[in-house]
Design a protein around this ligand. Sequence first.
Ligand code: ZN
Length: 463
Amino acid sequence: MQLAVRVVAAFLGLAALSVAQAATTVLTNFTLIDGTGRAPTPGSALIVENGRISWVGTQQSLKLPSGATVVDLAGKFVTPGLIDNHVHVGLVHDLTQDINFYSRELVEQQLRIYAAYGVTAVQVLGTDTDVIFGIRADQRKAPTDMARVYTSGQGLVFKGSYGGVAGLNKPVANVAEARQAVDEQVAKGVDFIKLWVDDEFGDLPSRMPADISKAIIDQAHKHGLRAIAHIFYLQNAKTLASQGVDGFAHSVRDLPVDQALLDDMKRHDIVQMAATLSREASFTYTKLPFLDDPFFNRSITPAALATLKSPERQQKLAAGKHFAQYPGVLDTALKNTRREIEAGVRYGVGSDSGPSGRFSGHFLHWEMELMVQAGLSPLQVLTAATSTNAKLIGAKDLGTIEPGKSATLLVLDADPVADIRNTRTIHAVYVAGKPVSTIWSVCTGRAANECKGGSTGGAHGER
Ligand SMILES: [Zn+2]
């Protein structure tokens, strides 16, 4: 919109149009869902100056700044940009996962896909190469058109246990190595520390021992950083809770959470960061149920889509060692999410998208739908995915629509409070006051024949 103003100004020879005027945008006539959990407010307006919200209120009380670009959003719903607090980036091309793919180009492409889906900030859980630090630094310096990224660098894995990515996460074998590995991540400037405590259904010989998880948590806290743990088992969750872990990156998925864990989580404000219900749900399918939905497949190459639909893939997934267990795992995750929320445990929203078969952006919308299935109201889910997630990842200027906050916004055609699936009716996405492309094709930038039949890329795809 600012570009349009400049173009018109140049056309009319209005060279004197000031930068301040050009940088002021007013959004009018929308229903405000401000991210705080407050009920939606119809007839709202807001003013964006230099990428930040300078005023928000009712349409009647709006004092239109002179020279501002006015965008009439009658009938629309405006929420803060969504946040996914559990993702992985840079690991996958189509459906092939390989740490050697990790590059600035691939990561930034995926961060633009997130933004196109209205997911304007993401927290990466322990599988970044050091390339991420340059991307993060550049995003903080200058206006960006992608999702803002927060990182834990390389998360901590115990030797012989589950977690991390081969060739990236160097496993630790003892307490001294664990403390040193935390120090190395801190020296790189990570936003938090990630650790994995799992053995993949007992397929692997060990899980991280308690003395090592305790050392990692203590060392993170020494540096003033949070420690977020991947968990699967109730027993490990209880041990980690007693050790002062700050949050869980997944649900407990083997057993119902018990009162002792719920009490501990509440007493020490241990957050259920992410339930990752979409992760577990994705494993219950041999063929994902939304392959023909344009909201999903616009960001998938035709080649990847063909693979997702192929009988070979379906047979392979059906023959998977743990395929039959996943409906039970999902059911346990759904019920534990409900128990925790009813008990008053603090929670965020995260999808664990990014590994092969779990798709950036789309999966957060699915995650929010599953959170509603778990028993939350759509407004509770939206609040968790915006203001709560912003607090959890340390994004002080995101997550609510209030003066002073970044004008990072999602504009919807239909009411997400009436039906959470309406978060998919994306009309526009603003990152720091600027509209970004909401039509994304991963085909852009690839050989044209790879993308026959695919949707075309938006403005950002043409870079
Ligand atoms: Zn993960």
